[in-house]
Design a protein around this ligand. Sequence first.
Ligand code: 0GY
Length: 304
Amino acid sequence: MSQHFPKTPGWLDWYQGPSKPRFQLPPGSVDAHCHVFGPAKRFPYAPERKYTPCDASKEQLFALRDHLGFERNVIVQATCHGADNGALVDACVSSAGRARGVATVKRDVSDQELQALHTAGIRGVRFNFVKRLVDFTPREELIEIAHRVAKLNWHIVVYFEAVDLPELWDFFTGLPTALVIDHMGRPDVSQSVDGKEFELLVRFMREHPNVWSKVTCPERLSVSGKPALDGEQDAYRDVVPFARRLVETFPDRVLWGTDWPHPNLKNHMPDDGLLVDFIPRIAATPELQRKLLVDNPMRLYWGE
Ligand code: 0GY
């Protein structure tokens, strides 16, 4: 039976016809945070989802990869698919080894299912603490999952708002794997880069060498910066000091990704080509760029 999934009102579709980046990515670059949505006809969205996106297929993702000049993708399970990793797994196994994945699992996942996910290319699970995106999961369930995936040498990706870090700190430090923070822990970039809030994230990474961060989503975090549209040269300037600080302080523990197809953006949809042109503003030297785009994601996702 075919099902209909009307998009959430006001949903912005991803940018059609992205520009060719001026910044030439180093050979072997990885887009280490992106998603696939559906297509809903084949991979229906989860009943418990908090939004209904437009479809964004693996073919469209791989076309974007080639257009921008990336070699590989790390595809992250989005909340609209719940713990049904079907679309993600299908994308990974269709990628000829050029995509790895981060899944969402529940505590009742079997060892056999985890092994099958590993074979498909999954190397991590995502714990989401952003309240508008997910219902609450008890911590003991997450700890149980963490210990099971640790045996596969996977890591845990965590998505949370900066104000929630103090409350999550002890839980995070008790996790037995590498920990990857989405979108720099969503700092309020209208505050100072040396302010209390971002200092806490920096301290968290300094004190815990197993913690990494994605320096992603300027389009999501920017408050006053102009969007990366229509050739704008100085887009998202308020995010630059935050990303730059992490790249320069922890050059071996940062990752970059497009976040295509950019779920839940309310005001504008970025041109992904111009997002790539943002990279040299946060990673200023060829060495920092190579670590951010090649060495770090390869070590975490393709190092066997
Ligand atoms: C992102 C950001 C968001 C959504 C999700 O899984 C998701 O639904 O991650 C968001 O709404 O901030 O990483 O794509």
